[in-house]
Design a protein around this ligand. Structure first.
Ligand code: NAD
Length: 462
């Protein structure tokens, strides 16, 4: 229907009557046109050279930093993140822009000797053109930045399709970044715009759910273009009897209930080894109950993103309890404005229940028993996707054995499973990640294609 426009809107999860933004969706044709504008802008962006791109990325960092309060408030309002975590995300966003502002000066290749005779063999990495970035809502500034900044640093232009729930954050980020026309475009929209971007971009980086990530990988593979996809996970924590149980409980409570468990690195399965079970169950239940208190609920946990998410979580908890599980903490929706669920710990959840096999993305964890470290590692590895596993022990040999044998993109010893360092490679194990790693220096290779250049003296017989 000519003239018909679909709109994208996002609402405050702590106050669902608060409409944060409503804008027109880009549409499929609008997405394709944005990619063409980005393609037209790419040569000029590359031609700025290392100095020009570095300076532009540095200015983006400064602009984000000087609007830190405004951005933190917007994150809290749009995606319900507790304020301290929102401030942390803004600070990390600034650090990521600064880190990749140095990347244009990194070596872009190497020099080799020819196999025979004089001359030079060079390898050189060059940008693909337009990077199509598709992001979720849970880190509405940091994830767009950790994809866009490296893609831009090496000379691509960027078209970013944020999750509808994080639209206002993404638009404000691009506005503050202040890059030249066509260099960083944000496209409001949903699945239609995401699919159109995948169909038109030259390189694609996706973060989001497993189902959508697999479709993105299939479509990009069909087109023969590079893709990386970071998807859902089911993260475990292993607690040994020799652990500092009080510290482990505090770390686990943060990893289960911090930002309502809506981090790809949140803990959803706690595996207590041997005698650790009883004291850990008691300490963790107490720590989670404390987060359900009104002040901590707002300052540590926060709401889940929307009503369907809350319904999915409460149904999962209810069916687990009906099947014989016991709630050691929480288990109920909180009667107040917004989409709040009590931080929840369940024991005796039957094998095969979805809470033991699927990602629910909420403040809910199951407590499992293991007789020894071998069994704990087997239980932790018994998943089709895992991003981060934490291990809690005072014994270095145990920590080393776990680090060797756990299937996880990140193994964190005596630390919560949640927590990401942007200057080291980041991705999941098994179905949680596809393609090259994100972040750190590794990702600069992902956003560039390597070519080999042979230089021989003029008149060379070869
Ligand atoms: P989602 O999969 O629903 O959406 C992610 C993005 O994909 C959004 O921008 C969405 O509009 C877009 N999209 C939807 N359909 C599409 C299609 N057919 N083609 C292309 N794009 C499409 O995920 P979400 O609810 O926004 O985020 C939560 C999920 O993200 C969780 O599963 C979480 O584990 C995951 N996540 C993973 C990581 C990680 O690094 N592994 C980090 C953060 C979040």
């Amino acid at each position: 229907m000519k003239g018909f426009q679909v709109s994208v809107s996002s609402y405050n999860p702590a106050d669902p009557g608060d409409l944060v933004i409503e804008v027109e969706a880009a549409g499929g044709a609008g997405t394709t046109a944005a990619v063409e504008r980005a393609r037209a802008a790419q040569a000029g962006w590359l031609a700025l050279g290392a100095g020009g791109r570095s300076a532009a990325l540095g200015r983006a960092a400064d602009a984000v930093e000087s609007h830190a309060d405004e951005l933190a408030t917007l994150i809290v309002r749009e995606v319900g993140k507790p304020h301290a975590e929102a401030r942390g995300e803004v600070a990390r966003t600034v650090a990521i822009w600064r880190y990749y502002a140095q990347a244009p000066y990194a070596a872009s290749g190497a020099v080799h000797e020819p196999a025979a005779g004089p001359g030079l063999l060079l390898t050189r990495r060059r940008p693909y053109g337009v990077a199509g970035l598709i992001t979720p809502w849970n880190f509405p500034l940091a994830i767009p930045t950790w994809k866009a900044a490296p893609a831009l640093a090496v000379g691509n232009t960027v078209v970013l399709k944020p999750a509808p729930e994080g639209t206002a954050c993404a638009l404000r980020l691009a506005e503050l970044a202040g890059l030249p026309e066509g260099v960083l475009t944000v496209l409001p929209g949903g699945g239609e715009e995401g699919a159109a971007l995948v169909a038109a971009a030259d390189v694609v980086s996706f973060t989001g759910s497993t189902a959508v990530g697999r479709a993105v990988v299939a479509a990009t593979t069909e087109r023969g273009i590079p893709v990386q996809a970071e998807m859902g996970g089911l993260n475990a924590a292993i607690v040994l009897p020799d652990a500092d149980i009080a510290q482990a409980a505090a770390h686990l409570a943060a990893a289960i209930a911090g930002y309502a468990g809506q981090k790809c690195t949140a803990t959803s399965r706690v595996i207590a080894v041997g005698d650790a079970y009883e004291p850990l169950a008691a300490a963790l239940a107490k720590a989670l109950a404390a987060i359900a208190e009104p002040t901590a609920l707002t300052e540590v946990c926060g709401p889940v993103i929307n009503e369907p998410a809350l319904d999915r979580l409460t149904e999962a908890v209810d069916t687990a309890v009906a099947a014989g599980a016991t709630a050691l903490a929480g288990g109920n929706r909180i009667e107040r404005d917004g989409w709040f669920l009590e931080p929840t710990l369940l024991e005796e959840v039957p094998a095969g229940h979805p809470l033991r096999t699927e990602e629910f993305f909420g403040p809910v964890a199951v407590l499992l028993r293991a007789a020894d470290l071998d069994e704990a590692i087997a239980v932790a590895n018994d998943t089709r996707h895992s991003l981060s596993t934490s291990v809690h022990t005072r014994d270095l040999d145990t920590a080393l054995a776990a680090a060797d044998r756990l299937d996880a993109g990140m193994v964190r010893v005596n630390a919560p499973s949640s927590g990401v360092d942007f200057h080291v490679p980041f991705s999941g194990a098994k179905g949680a990640g596809h393609g090259p790693r994100e972040q750190g220096q590794a990702v600069l290779d992902f956003y560039t294609a390597e070519r080999t250049v042979t230089l021989l003296p003029a008149g060379s017989p070869r």
